[in-house]
Design a protein around this ligand. Structure first.
Ligand SMILES: [Zn+2]
Length: 493
């Protein structure tokens, strides 16, 4: 008797269907899995055998063949355990074969028959809706990822034994609304950051215009704390963005509230595959539709930075895998941080930098041009003076800043796009910028040998400042502030 059902494997963040065929035939007893399984799938044999024995239905002493089709798609991980076990129960007619036919089954088994959660269940459910499949068998622990989706018949299982008790009908479950769950991300409060008024202001400009940003400052000056405040200044995710973020979280097996923009902050010694993605999404994709914070950006691996450049250009990252290339989504706002020099004290009022010029230059060169070119805001942070910060720092709260940001974003979206994507032609209109401000900017640019690209960035940032302040057009004040946020140009780096 042959039984058939479906399972899925993840390719990138997309679930691809795998047909699981189980054949029990007369002949020498044995158990074989064919169809390009990896080692973890091969080990299913042992888990399935134990699990079935534990519920009192050991594998019959016959020749048992499991085929995972299509044969040219690599199958990874232990996610096929449950489908193979249910296929066997159906093939030996312990459960009705039509119960699992045209169903999708994902779950790992423990030796005592317990059903464990797997990654990518939301991705599976979304693929099922596209394909018109309804019935999904899964672990109870995976339920919160999918129990808000319409049009599915969910069969959560705590153990394989539940299958025998369910008999013919599905368990009675009420679909619930997708409700905001507590965010797994602890976003610090902007008002709690002491001092660094320039940093706070620049952060609001970055949030408002969607601009990429780099902090240049000594260790311990608050770069990390400021950067972590950014998700709290951004608007909630829209419906489509939330779905994309939830799909990445599900493929990673991490929690997401589907509302707050995510934050990823990989360590500088992370390997390129962990940053860019390999058999699962990397940190760049974890930041998808949110914020990527790279502290000590000069210390990252060259291949990793090269991948970062591609992601900034395209919003995707493509990685090579055995036999195939996989595409992961990676559209994020970049916040990078570095020291002004290897010792960290260049430009400090109190302590001398001990680095030779050549070493400093080499250090800054590691911030390769292509990445620097994409960062609109380059902000110098100084070590805060404790006395001054304690007394008189800007006490704007995250909520107040966010209000302003949302207002500024609404103005931009009425024009069609965020300021980070404004075309140069936008600034040809004489109503956008005053003659005086433009003259000032061009003179400044000539003096500092700014590239045309850098000039455009100053203009875009100026426009964001205009939107934040609710002004009509760009004037001297805005250009002067925007020029101030180009520290890497100023210092000839
Ligand atoms: Zn130094």
């Amino acid at each position: 008797m042959v039984s058939q059902l479906f399972s899925t494997t993840l390719v990138g963040v997309e679930a691809q269907f795998v047909r699981v065929e189980v054949d029990l035939a007369s002949g020498l007893p044995g158990f074989h899995i064919v169809g390009l399984p990896d080692a973890a799938v091969g080990e299913s044999v042992h888990r399935v055998r134990s699990a079935l024995r534990s519920i009192g239905h050991p594998i019959p002493p016959r020749r048992c063949t499991v085929n995972l089709a299509p044969g040219d798609l690599r199958k990874e991980g232990p996610r096929f355990d449950l489908s193979i076990a249910l296929g066997l129960l159906a093939a030996s007619e312990v459960i009705a074969p039509e119960l699992v036919r045209d169903s999708v089954v994902v779950g790992e088994l423990s030796l005592d028959g317990g059903v464990r959660p797997v990654r990518g269940v939301l991705n599976t459910a979304m693929a099922m809706r596209e394909r018109g499949l309804r019935r999904l068998f899964l672990a109870w622990e995976n339920m919160p990822e999918v129990d808000w989706l319409e049009g599915l018949e969910l069969w959560p299982l705590a153990s394989l034994g539940d299958m025998l008790q369910h008999g013919g009908g599905p368990p009675m479950l009420e679909r619930r609304e997708r409700e905001p769950r507590p965010s797994p991300l602890e976003v610090p409060e902007l008002g709690a950051v002491l001092g660094q008024d320039i940093g706070k202001r620049a952060l609001q400009v970055a949030a408002a215009g969607g601009h990429h940003l780099i902090w240049v400052g000594p260790p311990g000056c608050g770069k990390t704390m400021l950067s972590r405040c950014l998700p709290g200044l951004l608007p909630d995710l829209e419906e489509q963005q939330a779905l994309e973020v939830l799909a990445v979280s599900s493929a990673l097996g991490v929690a997401s509230d589907g509302r707050t923009p995510p934050l990823a902050e990989p360590h500088c010694q992370i390997s390129a595959p962990a940053l860019l993605g390999s058999h699962r999404p990397g940190e760049l994709s974890r930041a998808h539709q949110g914020v990527l914070f790279l502290d000590e950006v000069t210390e990252f691996d060259r291949d990793g930075l090269e991948g970062l450049r591609t992601a900034l250009e395209t919003g995707w990252i493509e990685v090579g895998r055995v036999r195939t290339r996989v595409r992961y989504p990676a559209r994020f706002q970049l916040v990078a941080a570095c020291n002004p020099c290897p010792c960290g004290f260049a430009g400090d009022d109190k302590k001398m930098c001990s680095c030779p010029d050549s070493r400093r230059l080499h250090y800054m060169n590691r911030l390769s041009g292509p990445i620097r070119d994409r960062v609109d805001l380059q902000v110098t942070l100084k070590r805060p003076d404790l006395r001054a910060s304690w007394k008189g720092s800007d006490k704007t709260t995250s909520e107040q800043a966010r209000e302003r940001v949302l207002k500024a974003r609404r103005r931009q979206l009425q024009r069609g796009c965020l300021n980070r994507d404004l075309p140069r032609s936008f600034f040809d209109d004489s109503k956008v910028i005053t003659m005086k401000a433009l003259d000032f900017l061009l003179d400044h640019g000539n003096q500092k040998h700014l590239s045309m690209r850098a000039l455009e960035k100053v203009l875009r940032v100026s426009q964001t400042i205009v939107d934040l302040e609710g002004k009509r057009g760009i004037d001297m004040d805005q250009v002067q502030e925007a020029v101030h946020y180009r520290c890497l140009d100023q210092q000839g780096w």
